[in-house]
Design a protein around this ligand. Structure first.
Ligand code: HEC
Ligand code: HEC
Length: 362
């Protein structure tokens, strides 16, 4: 996000409060107002590789372990090793990598997969990502100190800091010097364009319009292969409650570029399809969006937790049992991943449980 030097910002704010505000009002009469510094601060949360933007605070490995076990382990595994929901976060780095700043396993042909800590070069990225996006089902719910703590715990799991370590804004730059892949970042590509581009800083925005002998079809640089499209269930049913990204309906084949748009325009928030359903099912689907059940459960597909249709087969008519399980959580019936207790009210839990107990019909 953009950032002004402080002195300029101060004078801009003085300016904004008087003259500029009046001028804006003339330009777009009756439309909007300038963002307040508080509103700007709420958006301006990025942390840069030099740790500019990092809020002060601290958190210990021990506190981080508690947070991890309560809020992260159900998806990432107790040691960050799980590949069930996403690639493993932890593993594959050695003491030697911490010395050299190059992860040897990235070059090994016999090492299965690449974990986050094998790849990531900048600790700021880990901190920033957790702060803005995790836990997946409740982004931005962690306090600043909790983000420090859980980051410290991940560093400890990776063998980078000792058990009694406390990570803070004061020592994070020192810890950066121990990141296993800190020297492994390549810049010969458009994501972090480096000196390879001869001073052209942003090759991805330096396109020259083709006027002659142009390729008839644009080449798409990346795409989701058909076999992977529905590998994790219907993305449209797994949306976060915040942000502008809404998953495609991955049960349908990809729409070819230029094909007529269907009614499922990507700009519209993708709720599970409720059309043609009875009002009970609609109410249940609304609750599943509200409580992000759909991040972990599909109606007819297993995601992190079992498909509701499978749950329905196991507990026909057992409304009370299902209410209790939603509110208390549990583990071991469907696999090793625990279900966190859901803060769903009694009445809402009853609505969902009645629907499941009656067969979880779409
Ligand atoms: C409900 C499941 C879920 C929970 C709970 C969860 N995560 Fe995640 N996590 C994911 C998914 C899915 C991704 C990949 C998201 C993406 O790429 O948009 C991810 C990605 C990440 C990444 C980035 C990894 C990478 O290589 O890009 C980090 C770091 C992370 N999670 C940390 C945490 C921490 C710390 C917590 C607890 C505070 C947590 N997660 C809780 C599902 C979860
Ligand atoms: C972070 C992921 C996650 C979220 C969010 C989540 N669940 Fe679950 N759920 C699971 C997992 C994993 C299991 C399997 C637990 C087990 O094996 O005992 C499960 C199991 C269940 C079961 C079956 C319990 C049993 O005893 O067999 C029901 C019913 C259920 N979930 C309902 C819900 C509802 C309703 C919501 C939303 C209010 C919800 N879940 C949110 C992961 C989740």
């Amino acid at each position: 996000m953009f950032r002004f030097p402080k002195t300029i910002l101060v004078s801009l704010l003085i300016f904004a409060s008087g003259f500029a505000a009046a001028q804006d009002a003339v330009k777009f009469p009756g439309v909007g107002r300038n963002a307040t510094p508080k509103e700007v601060a709420a958006w301006d949360i990025d942390v840069r590789p030099d740790f500019k933007g990092l809020p002060p605070g601290s958190g210990s490995v021990a506190d981080g372990q508690d947070i991890w076990e309560g809020k992260c382990a159900q998806c990432h595994g107790f040691f960050g090793e799980s590949g069930e929901v996403f690639s493993p976060l932890i593993g594959g780095v050695t003491k030697d990598d911490i010395k050299t700043g190059h992860v040897a396993n990235l070059r090994a042909t016999n090492f299965p997969g690449r974990t986050t800590f094998m790849k990531v070069a900048t600790l700021s990225t880990v901190w920033d990502f957790i702060n803005r996006a995790m836990p997946w089902n409740a982004p931005k719910s962690l306090s600043t100190n909790e983000v420090y703590a859980v980051t410290a715990f991940m560093l400890n799991l990776s063998g980078i800091v000792p058990d009694n370590f406390t990570l803070s804004d004061k020592n994070i730059a020192e810890v950066q010097k121990l990141m296993p892949n800190r020297n492994g970042m390549t810049t010969a590509h458009t994501l972090w364009p480096g000196k390879e581009f001869n001073g052209v800083k942003k090759p991805d925005t330096q396109n020259v319009a083709c006027m002659k002998d142009c390729a008839p079809e644009p080449k798409v640089a990346s795409f989701l292969p058909d076999f992977a499209r529905n590998a994790h269930g219907n993305l449209a049913e797994q949306n976060r409650m915040v942000g502008a990204q809404h998953g495609a309906d991955t049960t349908q084949p990809e729409r070819k570029v230029g094909a007529p748009a269907d009614t499922d325009a990507p700009s519209k928030p993708a709720a599970p399809k409720a059309d043609g359903m009875n009002s009970e099912t609609k109410a249940v689907l609304a609750l599943m969006q509200k409580y992000t059940c759909a991040a972990c459960h599909g109606i007819d597909k297993k995601i992190v937790g079992p498909a509701f249709m499978d749950v329905a087969k196991k507990y026909p008519g057992q409304v009370d049992y299902l209410i209790k399980k939603m509110q208390s959580g549990g583990v071991g019936i469907w696999g090793a991943i625990p279900m966190p207790a859901q803060k769903i009210t009694d009445a809402e839990a009853k609505t969902v449980a009645t629907w499941i107990a009656a067969g979880a019909i779409k």
